[in-house]
Design a protein around this ligand. Structure first.
Ligand code: ADP
Length: 399
């Protein structure tokens, strides 16, 4: 019985043990399979990612090249290869000397060829990188031929414009300068005729001579303003620090208009570095217009200023450059906002000479002088509401 029992017991143990191991092994295999499938999925995802990145690099229109520290090409995409068409034709460039010096962070222009062997310009940007565990350079090449051609065309056009402008300015100068003498002669001859025929002149002849005189005076004013404008453009500026308060008081005195005009201005004024001739052109014309285009009783003229935010300026010891806004305000006839931009152009007038005399050059001269002082000018006004001209000028002239 004992034996039987033992046998039975042994027989049961012997039968149980391999089964448990078998189950364990089966579980381990299942686990391995699962891990394998996870790994395979991960590998597949990685492969897809790699293929996508590869395809991006291979199909990129920009060239991509990896060059090692010895200057040997380790990777090159087709776009980069096509830039070196001659060399590329002989086969894969990997393993060949690149031959163009590379400096980390630098961007250089490289002469290359198009696939049709037309000379092109590429911009090469270089970055340090690690390639297969070793330090290397990654260069990207972009065809910038179109941009370079546009830049060159723009430069040529600018030069053409500058030369045409200089020619025009020379022409305006010569014409305005040379026209003054014949105009003076016409005026003199008209005066001689009037003197010689004094007493014999009938009303018509007197009227003709008066008309001739007015026309000559208008032409003379016009030619003088044109000459002034072209002189302004040709003249070299001389800068000095000018006390704006003293300067403006001096300008106002020249108009001798205390009886006619009520002037309001603060006591305190800043000093700015400027060319006095340019400042005179600006403020004389603005003050003169404020009095001329004004039918109010009494005429009022307000001058003022404020400091604007600082602007950085190059120039030793000057630090941040202050900008000042000066204004000339009147209670005159005002200007329709539709014409605010136009009035700064040459010969632009909003009235006939019979209404207000002038040549239409004053504000063009002001604008040119403001530009030369690296400033800006604008106007706020509406019809019947008076006008305010704002002139922004720097404290110092940047070099
Ligand atoms: P001009 O004074 O010789 O007519 P400007 O170039 O100085 O020429 O001015 C152009 C035009 O702008 C003037 O004809 C006038 O119509 C208008 N204008 C200029 N300043 C003022 C002002 N302060 N008030 C009203 N209109 C003005």
């Amino acid at each position: 019985m004992k034996n039987k029992g033992l046998r039975q017991g042994n027989g049961r143990d012997a039968a149980c043990l391999p089964r448990a191991q078998l189950l364990q092994a089966i579980a381990a295999i299942a686990d391995l399979r699962q891990r394998l499938s996870v790994l395979e999925e991960a590998k597949q995802a990685l492969d897809e990612k790699y293929q996508r990145l590869r395809s991006i690099i291979l199909n990129n229109v920009d060239g991509v090249i990896v060059v090692d520290r010895e200057g040997i090409i380790r990777f090159i995409n087709p776009a980069a290869c096509s830039f070196f068409v001659e060399r590329c034709a002989s086969g894969n460039l990997v393993g060949e000397l690149f031959g163009i010096p590379m400096v980390d962070g630098e961007s250089t222009e490289v002469d290359v060829l198009s696939p049709q062997r037309v000379p092109r310009v590429a911009e090469m940007r270089v970055m340090e990188m690690v390639w297969e565990g070793e330090p290397a350079y990654l260069a990207s090449l972009r065809d910038i031929t179109a941009r370079k051609q546009m830049e060159q065309a723009l430069q040529e056009k600018t030069m053409e414009l500058e030369s045409a402008n200089a020619e025009l300015s020379q022409y305006a100068y010569v014409v305005s300068h040379d026209l003054r003498a014949p105009l003076r002669a016409i005026r003199n001859y008209a005066d001689f005729i009037r003197e010689d025929l004094e007493g014999e002149l009938n009303t018509d002849l007197r009227m003709y001579l008066d008309g001739l005189n007015t026309a000559v005076n208008e032409a003379d004013a016009f030619v003088s303003d044109l000459l002034e404008l072209s002189r302004l453009g040709r003249r070299d500026s001389t800068f000095e620090v000018i006390d704006m308060g003293a300067f403006l008081r001096q300008q106002l005195a020249l108009f001798d208009a205390e009886d006619e005009v009520e002037v309001v201005m603060p006591e305190e004024w800043p000093g700015i570095e400027a060319d006095i001739v340019l400042l005179e052109q600006i403020f004389r014309n603005l003050i003169s217009n404020a009095i001329k285009f004004n039918t109010s009783e009494p005429k009022r003229l307000e001058l003022g200023w404020r400091r604007l935010a600082s602007e950085p300026v190059s120039g030793e010891g000057k630090g941040g450059n202050k900008m000042y806004e000066f204004f000339v305000r009147d209670n005159g006839i005002g200007i329709d906002p539709r014409y605010h931009a136009r009035i700064f152009q040459m010969f632009e007038r909003l009235h006939t000479r019979e209404e207000y005399d002038g040549t239409g050059m004053g504000l063009a001269i002001v604008k040119k002088a403001v530009d030369k002082l690296q400033g800006t000018i604008r106007v706020t006004s509406s019809l019947g509401e008076g006008s305010t001209f704002f002139v922004v000028l720097p404290e110092f002239q940047a070099l």
